[in-house]
Design a protein around this ligand. Structure first.
Ligand code: ATP
Ligand code: MG
Length: 578
């Protein structure tokens, strides 16, 4: 299921992030507009936050949340904080904090304030004491398993813990001693005293604090009790005067608890609003699972070009403009859906088609000798850098007697409807000449090593001298001038549209595509590409979109294939008439 029509979006104007965050009519926008109209927050600015946990690299699902958080605040003249939700010291690292900042900036957004939930640990602790003193929180000595058993089910109410009615004095004493490090991990927790019979399981005396003697990436060993997500998140929002705290649908059942803490503490009334998670076919969007791919070395790193992380997509050659346009087109709703991976590819091709410089590269070379072209001579043909953009100018490409074409562009015995080169057939070499294949030279094993041709000097520039037509135009590279590069081809990382579709006993990683990565080492490229810099993007004519890999160096060029040219999304669109 696709939950929106990419054609309904104008993706042409993408100079700045705000230009594709055009006034929308989605429910989040409407809700904020209503709060502005009724002056729900008086003169306060609309304030949002993007709250990643620094336990992995951001993926394209996060791009949706980022575009929503930053985009909506911007539409209403408000501000957005980047807040690290760093309350799980065992899983969090500075490396993730750094990469997240880099990725948010790369996507085109700048936060107002950089915040950390860990900065609020002292305040959160004070507020917890306040709830204990008010008789609204207690220290529980039950184990995690016992707490789970006492919680009940959707159909049965929970059971009170035997420690639920401890005196305020005892709770205060125990909680302070928890904080002071007197008890081992897991021996006690602080729980909110709400309602063990609530139909909402989250309201059955949720845990607020746990004991954990772990070193935190920012606060070191200052704390040995850590707040749970639900206790930390709303209060952090409140401290930052967040007006609209947007999160994904799985937090819907947590909303009553979010409100309960804020009401009990009488603090700034931030409000939580939920929207659908982005899901994409053939793609896994979970930091936990992506971490598994990295740590089990199923991919080279978080920024492996097959990863759906923003750093992986960047290294693969995807652009922030295309990702933003894709996310905008995927839309927001109140039910989770799945978007076709081809839709993301479609937006990326659309963007690169407009912007990427063209170049000629032969991935699987076959040598072609033009017998009637003077030996030792060379010339330069003029080629447009981007036919979609006249301002991109032209370049001079060398041509000579021996050139390379793709092996697939020649067949000694052409199958039906094969219009490319074969003995006796005439084709056009792009921007150069018409050529006719004459004979084939083979090695002892019968493999074709050279094709001999003749050319028509009157067809210079690839123009027909007398109106005669050819059915095929092919890219080529002059053999004497060609440069080498390593070419890396990528395919889908998973074989199934839903990678989590696994049978009993099997793991998501069993759905990995064993052929998602291929290296070509014999490619021959036009010499202008010797100047390509890391991150530069090209359309190799008739082949696909490529970008220079981060590990590439002069004399040791590496290109990643961003996408092949074929646009299967266009076909899907055509077939389904959208
Ligand atoms: P993951 O399961 O991948 O770790 P998460 O929700 O735990 O995701 P956080 O770092 O807590 O990751 O997420 C930061 C924000 O990004 C949250 O507001 C979350 O709702 C949002 N987010 C995460 N994944 C998606 C997604 N697939 N689509 C939209 N928003 C997402
Ligand atoms: Mg999370």
């Amino acid at each position: 299921m696709t939950n929106s029509n990419p054609k309904s979006q104008d993706t042409r104007n993408q100079d700045a992030p705000t230009s594709d965050a055009r006034p929308s009519t989605n429910f989040l926008h409407d809700l904020i507009a209503e709060d502005v109209r009724t002056r729900k927050y008086g003169d306060a600015l609309i304030q949002t936050r993007f709250p990643p946990e620094p336990n992995g690299y951001l993926h394209i699902g996060h791009a949706k949340a980022i575009c929503i958080d930053f985009g909506l605040a911007d539409e209403f003249g408000g501000k957005t904080n980047l807040r690290f939700d760093d309350t799980n010291p065992e899983k969090e690292e500075q490396e993730y904090v750094d990469s997240i900042q880099e990725d948010v900036r790369w996507l085109g957004f700048q936060w107002e304030r950089l915040c950390y939930a860990s900065d609020y640990f002292p305040q959160l602790y004070e507020w917890a004491l306040q709830l204990v003193r008010a008789g609204k929180a207690y220290v529980d000595d039950l184990s995690a398993d016992e707490i789970r058993l006492h919680r009940g089910t959707l159909t049965e109410p929970g059971k009170d813990s035997p420690y639920r009615n401890r005196s305020i004095e005892e709770n205060l004493d125990l909680f302070v001693r928890m904080k002071n490090g007197e008890f081992p991990d897991g021996s006690r927790v602080l729980r909110a005293k709400i309602d063990m019979a609530s139909p909402n399981l989250n309201m059955r005396d949720p845990v607020m604090y746990r004991i954990l003697h772990a070193t935190h990436h920012r606060t070191g060993d200052d704390w040995c009790i850590y707040p749970m997500y639900d206790y930390a998140h709303g209060q952090s929002d409140s401290l930052e005067c967040v007006t609209h705290s947007m999160c994904t649908l799985e937090f819907t059942d947590h909303q009553p608890l979010y409100r309960w803490y804020i009401e009990q503490l009488g603090i700034f009334p931030s409000q939580q609003i939920e929207f659908d998670r982005l899901n994409i076919t053939y793609t896994l969007l979970s930091k936990r699972k992506l971490l598994q791919l990295v740590s089990e070395k199923r991919v080279s790193a978080w920024d492996d070009p097959r990863m759906p992380t923003l750093s992986g997509l960047r290294r693969r050659g995807f652009t922030p403009e295309a990702i933003r346009a894709f996310v905008a087109a995927a839309g927001v709703s109140r039910t989770n859906g799945v978007v076709d991976f081809e839709m993301l590819e479609h937006f990326q091709r659309d963007d690169l088609n407009r912007r990427a410089s063209r170049a000629m590269a032969v991935l699987h070379p076959l040598k072609l000798v033009i017998d009637n072209y003077p030996e030792g001579e060379q010339e330069f043909v003029e080629v447009a850098n981007n036919p979609e953009d006249a301002s991109a100018g032209t370049r001079q490409v060398p041509f000579s007697r021996e050139i390379y074409i793709e092996q697939d562009d020649f067949r000694e015995v052409p199958p039906p409807k094969y219009y490319r080169l074969s003995p006796g057939k005439e084709v056009r070499l792009r921007n150069a000449y018409f050529i006719t294949a004459q004979e084939v030279v083979k090695d002892a094993a019968g493999n074709i090593v050279e094709v001999h041709c003749t050319y028509d000097p009157a067809s210079r520039g690839g123009n027909s001298p007398d109106g005669r037509k050819v059915k095929s135009t092919m890219h080529w590279v002059s053999a004497a001038h060609a440069i080498s590069a390593e070419i890396r081809l990528y395919d889908k990382l998973f074989l199934k549209p839903d990678p989590t579709d696994v049978e009993g006993g099997r793991d998501v990683l069993d759905n990995l595509n064993p052929n998602s990565f291929e290296i070509l080492t014999s490619a021959r490229l036009e010499p202008s590409l010797a100047n390509a810099r890391v991150g530069d993007r090209f359309q190799f004519e008739r082949v696909g979109y490529f970008c220079v890999d981060t590990g590439s160096a002069a004399g040791n060029l590496v290109f990643n294939r961003t996408l092949p040219l074929k646009d299967s999304w266009a076909k899907i669109e055509k077939r389904s008439g959208i």
